[in-house]
Design a protein around this ligand. Structure first.
Ligand code: ADP
Ligand code: MG
Length: 253
């Protein structure tokens, strides 16, 4: 197997000089300004930073949902930046999971149908044993034949996490997955993400505003103005909050 220089076999995703500029002409917006980062397999990273700092853009480009203006995204040893649109869609369906704040479930489908949808779209045969394990892990066994509208927000987000896990992706990106949930439900969802990393050796990269949510991660990366301004092994909720407050003061000045 060819391994790109600097890429260890333990790296699930790596971005290199990742830049994204929106618009052109007089008022282009640089959402990402040459970001270098690697996310190792079996780790849980929280991405934080002020609103507009580029967190969602980082996730979208790293997940192949959007194209960078320049730079590279490597999933394992696959360079996403040179892939055709068709190949990229295939790769997204089979090798990447994504969880959104707004759940994004298909209302007309049952819980079970939502969970296996990525597999069906990828034309892959469901691994029944794995799916049973996923359904049990997210605690949805009794709900498989319900429609999303019959579920609470926390349950819907657990369906979205099960859906993201269905293909055994190499990485799961979550953009403010607890942003629409109350504190207790958020804690359940975060405990689930933590378990997915610890028990199934999945790799999770999660954007959050909440220092308590970030305290479930192994590592906290902070963005400001499209750059990484801090990258720390789990600093604890108090230090995270302090750090964010200092960034806010900087922005206000
Ligand atoms: P965050 O998720 O940290 O709030 P985003 O990644 O959404 O930040 O946005 C980073 C910057 O890029 C912001 O200035 C935002 O207004 C801009 N931006 C994001 N998406 C678009 C878009 N589709 N078109 C134009 N500008 C965008
Ligand atoms: Mg965002």
């Amino acid at each position: 197997m060819f391994v790109h220089p600097g890429l260890t076999v333990d790296t699930a995703v790596r971005v290199e000089k990742l830049t994204k500029v929106y618009g052109s002409g007089r008022t282009p917006v640089t959402a990402l300004d040459g970001v270098d980062a690697a996310f190792n397999r079996g780790t849980f990273t929280a991405v934080m930073g002020p609103s507009g700092s580029g967190k969602s853009t980082l996730l979208q480009t790293a997940a192949g949902l959007d194209r960078p203006s320049s730079g590279h995204v490597f999933l394992g040893d696959t360079d996403l930046s040179t892939m055709s649109e068709t190949k990229l869609t295939e790769l997204r369906r089979s090798r990447i999971g994504f969880v959104f704040q707004a759940f994004n479930l298909v209302g007309a489908l049952t819980v079970e149908e939502n969970i296996v949808l990525p597999l069906r779209l990828a034309g892959a045969r469901p691994d029944r044993a794995w799916l049973a394990q996923v359904v049990q892990r997210v605690g949805l066994g009794e709900r498989l034949h319900h429609r999303p509208a019959a579920l609470s927000g926390g349950q819907q987000q657990r369906v979205a996490i099960a859906r993201a896990l269905a293909t055994r992706p190499e990485v799961i990106f979550c953009d403010e997955p607890t942003g629409a949930l109350d504190t207790q439900t958020a804690a359940d969802v975060l405990t689930l993400l933590r378990a997915v990393v610890d028990e199934q050796h999945q790799t999770v990269v999660m954007v959050t505003h909440d220092p308590v949510a970030a305290s479930y991660a192994d590592r906290v990366m902070v963005l400001a103005d499209g750059r990484i301004v801090a990258d720390m092994p789990q600093p604890g909720a108090a230090r995270i909050a302090e750090h964010l407050a200092s960034l806010d003061r900087r922005v206000v000045r």
